[in-house]
Design a protein around this ligand. Sequence first.
Ligand SMILES: Nc1ncnc2c1ncn2[C@@H]1O[C@H](COP(=O)(O)OP(=O)(O)OP(=O)(O)O)[C@@H](O)[C@H]1O
Ligand SMILES: [Mg+2]
Length: 266
Amino acid sequence: MNNSKVILKATNLTKVYPPDIWALDRVSLEIYDGEFVSIIGPSGCGKTTFLRIAAGLEDYQEGEVLFNGEKVFKNCDWRRSVIYQDIRLLPWMTAQENIYFGLENKGLPKDEVRRVGDKWMKIIGVDNFKDKYPHEISEGQKQMVGMARVCALDPDIVLCDEPTSSLDWHTRRYLQVELLKYWYNENKTVLFVTHDVEEAVYLSQRVVCMSARPGKIKEIIDIDLPKERWEVARDDLKVLEYANKVASILSEELKRGKELELKEGH
Ligand SMILES: Nc1ncnc2c1ncn2[C@@H]1O[C@H](COP(=O)(O)OP(=O)(O)OP(=O)(O)O)[C@@H](O)[C@H]1O
Ligand SMILES: [Mg+2]
């Protein structure tokens, strides 16, 4: 990975929410162009905060975040698109209109909006319910619209904040594979926040394990599995070994968090 360029670089990134909540404390992380990286860690360790800062949705006090060498500081851009856990679709627009809307905002001419939007609705499988409004479709279908919307935008990096966590088993696996294939076929970079150890290991080339209070990077695990990840069995021995390793780091952190809470009398 070292011969490709760094697309996202956080150096000593520190974020403190008022009055004194240290969400991130001098976090440094480099994401290489074309990588699939997951971030995992206890609740409240600053995963969403990191993602929101990278997306340009949140400010920070110290350190720096660079995207392709340019400073990111509260400046959103379709090149850094986010897939959220609770996908926010515009309720007065159909699935198709929601996807077209993103492309119109990007500045694409009308015929391109249709061509690109229709292509991604077809690939992700939104076609079957494209004329439905958000209140008429399931959570899984909403997440499919959200994913098609982001894929269509053709961002350089896709920032995912637990996009599969509220989905049923089948839809979850379906979207995981769609995301992997999108990443692979379109040469994208993905930064994926999750609570799920197996998901992190199965999808990623590196898993960033964070510790809480204040949020720091504890360890980064390289996952040496084929890039064509959807061809790997989920119960492959190597997958399970990596999952055990990440799980033990995570449980150490959870234990440490509990001890801290007891000490501080929470
Ligand atoms: N807008 C905010 N104002 C004040 N504190 C906040 C705000 N957003 C997050 N925090 C705090 O910052 C810390 C990090 O929050 P963050 O949402 O980034 O954690 P997380 O790792 O994404 O957690 P989870 O796994 O539960 O989603 C937490 O202590 C949280 O309470
Ligand atoms: Mg979060």
